[in-house]
Design a protein around this ligand. Structure first.
Ligand code: IVH
Length: 696
């Protein structure tokens, strides 16, 4: 066999590390030829939608491979088509730190904003005409796929953009995902592919039908179905729920990488990866607008959901020069479609209670299909809105579904000659705990903070959520059981749960109970910002929690802060200040926090800079370009920020330093033209150490 440097040595991937006995060579050859044939038919069927053989013929090939592998288990390779469903159910997903952060996109809804984007790009790149790549915006979940030597080795969800979950086993069940790349234009040794996992509409409907027959809960839309499926801990269940994939980008330090996005996606195609079926290289912004119109017209005929198009500056050099903001690139935007609307009738108005005690009226609708999804509930947001829209039971209403948001009642449609029911009366008591309600602005609140089980469930869900304390293994159902069984009456009770109590509940086995208790134990070491978010203080989300934590450094100091003092902090307004002060004045809250401390919760203090002592890089602006050998960009950024500096994406006359690694982009030229100090990696490291940077 001739060895191809781009193709991996098969034996490197099997458990077999000894040289192959000559007697096995013919079997090995047969196995590889079968796998190759099956891979080709997988690609034709799942990626190209152009099958060449019947299902029966395919099954025959597959069985033949299975049998032969059954006789020679030592010759099974991880990239064999038989290895798509493997692995025992997991207890939890492990976390993966993304090599490159997964960004999101700024969205635009109208042509004017898209033209303004083009103007900005032209101005910043100093060019009159910009080439764009336009693709549909698939409504699914973004994933990162890592291939080493052409073999699929790892796949992760987006997570928070920096850390995702390892869903390799589940991704392997997606038949459109090649376990081994074709050589095509030549793939890099190590390549990170970005794509979107989604479920086609017919598959989504079939899945919901099956779930209904089995008496299980159905999914609200294809995106939820994809997310529920991809985050299934048991890959054998995932395998029964057909997901598919499209890939729209890849990252690799490979110097021979194409020069444009459009060509890069073509490279993905040549490696056998599924790519957007519709995409266009546009020579001007006007051509992207035409693409938007065409996709909008086709949208209902497509067997999958798209919610707009993505417009990307085509040249990588242009992308590099434009740079990125904190969460989104400055070289791409999503140009969304207007939301879909349908008419239906209101059968009833229910009221739900959230963790803050806010009562949300919900219109119960005559089920209506909006863009392939059946909608039977829509939010009416608050009591004032119900009054303003004058929505009553029996009315005809227009309902809108915009991507991931819960459907909205847009307006009531008067029907000539209709007789209308009575006006909606805002409930005087909470539908869950019967405490009386009070109105603050447009919102009605339940006053039964400590006795309302709906509020308690909401607070617990919030405390354990990813953005707050991130305690795994505590879903909505489990929390409802804790509250309904009277095991948990406030946040601190979580830390009193015992194994016996858990085992007596539905859904717990020895292992899951032990694991949850371990998770809870781990969470006792609580980072200050996360703990603050977890408390659920009104107006204190992740950003404000960080601001407070960085300013005060300890929970104690925040507890003691007065409204006036809080308001003096940059970014803290009167509403936030009042909310924080009143939260910590409330005896019941202080008692719960004190009890959590007694039960071992230790909120970690963080170091704060004494007022007036500027950090060494305070006020200094850094730009990073190229690859650094000894640290990732994120690490470099953290080091700069820890010394008080700021990292921005593009070079301007305000930039103080450009740190240039290997293969710097056009930022380096810009730095020279603005006469900005340029440091190489060694220079950067000595700047760090001269300014007292240390790893601790
Ligand atoms: S490009 C930095 N292209 O939309 C570029 N994203 O709102 C970001 N998405 O997280 C991604 N189709 O999950 C890109 N053709 C496409 C896409 C696409 C769907 C999703 C993706 C991303 C989100 C951004």
């Amino acid at each position: 066999m001739k060895s191809d440097p781009m193709q991996p040595d098969l034996f490197e991937n099997s458990s077999h590390s000894l040289p192959m006995p000559p007697s096995l060579r013919p079997v090995q050859k047969k196995l590889e030829s079968l796998r190759q044939t099956i891979r080709r038919h997988d690609e034709l069927y799942y990626v190209r939608s152009r099958p060449e053989i019947s299902d029966a013929e395919y099954d025959k090939l597959f069985r033949e491979l299975q049998e032969l592998e059954g006789q020679h288990p030592e010759l099974v390779t991880p990239d064999s088509p038989t290895q798509r469903v493997g692995g025992a159910p997991l207890d939890q997903f492990s976390k993966v730190t993304h090599e490159f952060p997964l960004l999101s996109l700024d969205s635009e809804m109208d042509e004017g904003s898209v033209l303004a984007f083009d103007q900005r790009v032209k101005r910043e790149l100093g060019r009159e005409q910009i080439g764009y790549s336009a693709e549909p915006k698939y409504d699914g979940l973004s994933v990162e796929l890592t291939y080493e030597k052409g073999i699929f080795v790892r796949g992760a969800t987006r997570g928070d953009g920096t850390i995702g979950e390892d869903v390799t086993h589940n991704l392997k069940t997606i038949r459109a995902l090649p376990l081994r790349l074709k050589n095509g234009t030549g793939y890099p040794f190590h390549v990170v592919v970005r794509g979107e996992v989604f479920m086609k509409l017919p598959d989504f409907h079939a899945l919901n039908r099956r779930l209904t027959e089995q008496g299980e809960e159905t999914f609200a839309n294809p995106r939820n179905a994809s997310s529920g499926t991809l985050r299934q801990l048991d890959p054998s269940i995932t395998a029964t729920r057909p997901l598919t994939l499209t890939c729209y980008d890849y990252m690799s330090p490979d110097p021979s990488r194409p020069k444009t996005h459009f060509e890069a996606v073509s490279a993905l195609d040549s490696w056998g990866l599924p790519i957007p079926q519709y995409r266009r290289h546009c020579r001007s912004i006007e051509e992207t607008l035409a693409f938007h119109r065409e996709m909008f017209d086709q949208r209902d005929a497509l067997p999958f959901e798209i919610d707009g198009i993505v417009i990307k500056v085509d040249s990588f050099q242009g992308q590099e020069a434009l740079g990125v903001k904190s969460r989104s690139p400055r070289w791409a935007i999503a140009y969304k479609f207007p939301p879909r609307k349908e008419l239906t009738t209101v059968q009833g108005i229910a009221v739900s209670v959230g963790r803050t005690g806010a009562l949300t009226p919900i219109a119960l609708l005559d089920p209506v299909e909006i863009g392939g999804v059946t909608v039977s509930r829509a939010s009416l947001h608050n009591v004032e809105e119900v009054a303003r829209k004058d929505v009553r039971v029996g009315d005809t209403v227009k309902v809108e579904r915009a991507g991931d948001v819960i459907p909205d009642v847009v307006e009531r449609i008067p029907v000539p000659g209709e007789t209308r029911g009575p006006e909606f009366t805002p409930p005087a008591t909470c539908p869950v705990c019967q405490s009386h309600t009070i109105q603050e602005g447009p919102i009605l609140y339940c006053t039964g903070q400590t006795v309302c089980s709906a509020q308690l469930k909401g607070s617990l869900e919030h405390y354990v959520s990813k953005g707050a304390m991130n305690i795994d293994g505590l879903g909505k159902k489990t929390i409802a059981q804790f509250v309904d069984e009277g095991l948990v009456k406030n946040l601190s009770d979580l830390y009193l749960l015992t194994k016996d109590q858990l085992l007596a509940l539905e859904g717990f086995a020895d292992k899951s109970a032990t694991q949850l208790l371990e998770e809870l134990e781990k969470s006792k070491d609580a980072p200050l910002p996360r703990f603050l978010i977890g408390l659920g203080i009104r107006h204190v989300g992740s950003h404000i929690a960080k601001v407070l934590a960085n300013h005060y450094g300890s929970l104690q100091a925040i507890q003691r802060a007065s409204k006036d003092e809080l308001q003096a902090i940059y970014e803290i307004g009167p509403e936030i200040a009042a909310s924080v002060e009143s939260f910590f004045q409330e005896e019941r809250n202080l008692a719960v926090i004190a009890r959590m401390k007694d039960l071992g919760v230790q909120v970690q203090d963080i170091a704060v800079q004494a007022a007036g002592t500027a950090k060494p890089f305070s006020g200094k602006i850094f730009v990073l370009t190229g690859t650094l050998d000894s640290m990732s960009r994120d690490e470099a950024k953290q080091k700069i920020e820890s010394l008080g500096g700021r990292v921005t994406s593009s070079v301007s006359k305000n930039t103080d330093y450009v740190i240039a690694g290997t293969d710097p982009g056009s930022k380096l030229e810009k730095a020279h033209s603005f006469r900005v100090t340029v440091l190489d990696e060694a220079g950067f490291e000595s700047l760090l150490s001269d300014n007292g940077f240390s790893e601790n």
